[in-house]
Design a protein around this ligand. Structure first.
Ligand SMILES: [Zn+2]
Ligand SMILES: [Zn+2]
Length: 222
């Protein structure tokens, strides 16, 4: 058997080629096998979130590169095969359930069909996790002062949250005044028109709407 190590055959080349790992591991001598496991352990760094992050070389896509008996593969795949004692089934791939591509913790990996894997990477949660900016282009970066972690674990934008709170407070305030105005009218009183502060400190009194609205272009803007 000859094993090609060209880039086209590398799992991160994106052509779907998945070289079976188990026969290679199985063919190693005991000393070679131990050296391989040690190499995997030495380059894995446990982090507080439970990931085991790869400190070795990463592919352009951010996957942990690993060479096994001269064959280019990825470290998380080797870790999964070691933990499960077999290669993934035909048509299946190893997916990072933790969405951390350089993590090699076998407990964070799962066997998925290629299609499910493609879909998992495109779920709204996955897309949100990959976002670097909110819809209004404020930064959404781990550790950035504008970014907070929402109760559901997703990243949120502080600036947008403050704007939303301000808007909902203003809406509640207007609703409160309108309700008070309507209640006064219902009691037969003649209350002042509701005054809404828009932007500036200067109050802007909204004139009562005419019974018949003139054509739009006939409205004079004060
Ligand atoms: Zn992980
Ligand atoms: Zn924002």
């Amino acid at each position: 058997m000859s094993l090609s190590t060209t880039r086209a055959d590398a799992p991160w080349a994106g052509n779907g080629a998945q070289i079976p790992i188990y026969p290679i591991l199985d063919a190693l001598s005991d000393a070679q096998f131990l050296a391989t496991v040690r190499r995997l352990n030495d380059k894995g760094l446990a982090d507080p979130d439970g990931h085991i992050l790869w400190t070795g070389a990463l592919s352009d896509e951010g996957y942990p590169k690993f060479t096994l008996a001269g064959v280019s593969t990825v470290a998380h795949r080797v870790a999964w095969v070691l933990a499960n004692g077999r290669d993934p089934l035909p048509g299946y791939t190893i997916d990072h359930e933790c969405r951390t591509r350089n993590c090699i913790n076998p407990e964070h990996l799962r066997e998925l069909t290629m299609r499910d894997n493609a879909l998992a990477g495109r779920s709204p949660a996955a897309l949100n996790a990959a976002k670097l900016f909110c819809d209004r282009l404020h930064p959404l970066l781990d550790g950035h002062p504008n970014t907070y972690i929402r109760p559901d674990g997703a990243r949120g934008c502080r600036e947008c949250r403050v704007a939303a709170q301000r808007k909902s407070r203003a809406r509640r305030l207007v609703a409160h005044h309108v309700a008070a105005h309507d209640a006064a009218v219902a009691r037969g009183e003649k209350p002042d028109a509701v005054v809404v502060h828009v932007g500036s400190r200067k109050p802007k009194t909204l004139p009562p709407l005419p019974a018949h609205l003139p054509p739009f272009d006939a409205v004079e803007v004060a």
